[in-house]
Design a binder for this molecule. Structure first.
Ligand code: Z5A
Length: 234
């Protein structure tokens, strides 16, 4: 609890591949928690509304010649976009408000580390290892749970063709899903953040039901344990 004795809010993170329904479910879960009079706000990354977010948006929406943007530089921008939100995020939780977040550092690592030479623009060469990618996000406020909305590539594609964004490509998305599994295994091995894998091919209502159950369980645990906010990958 903070000096005024308020218990901190819970930090619930939704992750997953493109089209898995994160945005839909974040807004439904926030609505549900608010209907129970539980103070809750939504966060999303990238946050395209900041200056750094504007650079990220330009990068994602420009599919032209890629040679000018180094993969490590863009990775650091995604991370900077989280760090610039971190103080507000931490103080929101400290004030007792819950956060439901759409993508975070796991997306950062999964996407960058899934790039291979053919779709990389990097001048710097070398492999973008999981370890290298995790570095810049180490120490960020860690979520109390990760809800991974799992959807295979065929199901994702049934939800409409890809838009024009840079990462909306089949092979990359398949590699991203594997990277998420590796990150889940790392958290499991170290007993860090608990993951809940939810079958995102169910109806919107059925996915929400599972999310509500997981959110209740997480809120109860955070309340019971009164544990301070942890830090990413530390
Ligand atoms: N990225 C990165 O590289 N590094 C980082 O650090 C971070 C991100 C944070 C933009 O992210 C890109 O940035 C993203 C990762 C990378 N690249 N890709 N791909 P974003 O979060 O801004 O954009 P997005 O992930 O592409 O969001 P999205 O396409 O909007 O997906 P979504 O939020 O998971 O899905 P949705 O909008 O809720 O639903 C998609 C459609 O499916 C929509 O028509 C829904 O009505 C429908 N839908 C949803 N649920 C269902 C169910 N259950 N059944 C049927 N249809 C459904």
């Amino acid at each position: 609890s903070n000096p005024r004795g308020t218990k901190r809010g819970a930090f619930i993170l939704l992750e997953g591949v493109d089209r898995c329904g994160k945005t839909t479910q974040v807004s439904l879960l926030v609505k549900h928690l608010l209907s129970l009079s539980l103070a809750t706000v939504a966060y999303r990354f990238p946050d395209r509304t900041t200056q750094v977010g504007g650079l990220i948006n330009n990068y994602l929406t420009t599919n032209g010649p890629t040679g000018s943007v180094d993969d490590r530089a863009i990775h650091l921008l995604f991370s900077a976009n989280r760090w610039e939100s971190a103080p507000k995020l931490a103080s929101t939780l400290a004030s007792g408000t819950n956060i439901v977040c759409d993508r975070y550092a796991y997306s950062g690592v999964a996407f960058t580390s899934a790039k291979v030479e053919e779709d990389r623009s990097s001048m710097s060469g070398g492999e973008l290892t999981l370890q290298w990618c995790m570095g810049p996000d180490c120490g960020l406020p860690a979520p109390d749970c990760v809800i991974f909305l799992d959807l295979d590539q065929e199901e994702a594609e049934k939800r409409g063709g890809y838009g024009g964004e840079r990462y909306e490509k089949r092979d990359l998305q398949i590699r991203v899903r594997k990277r998420f599994a590796e990150l889940q295994a790392l958290d499991k091995k170290d007993g860090r953040v608990p993951w809940h894998v939810v079958d995102a091919s169910q109806s919107i209502e059925d996915v929400t039901k599972e999310l509500v159950r997981i959110a209740n369980e997480t809120l109860e645990r955070v309340d019971r344990e009164s544990s301070p906010l942890r830090r990413m990958w530390e």
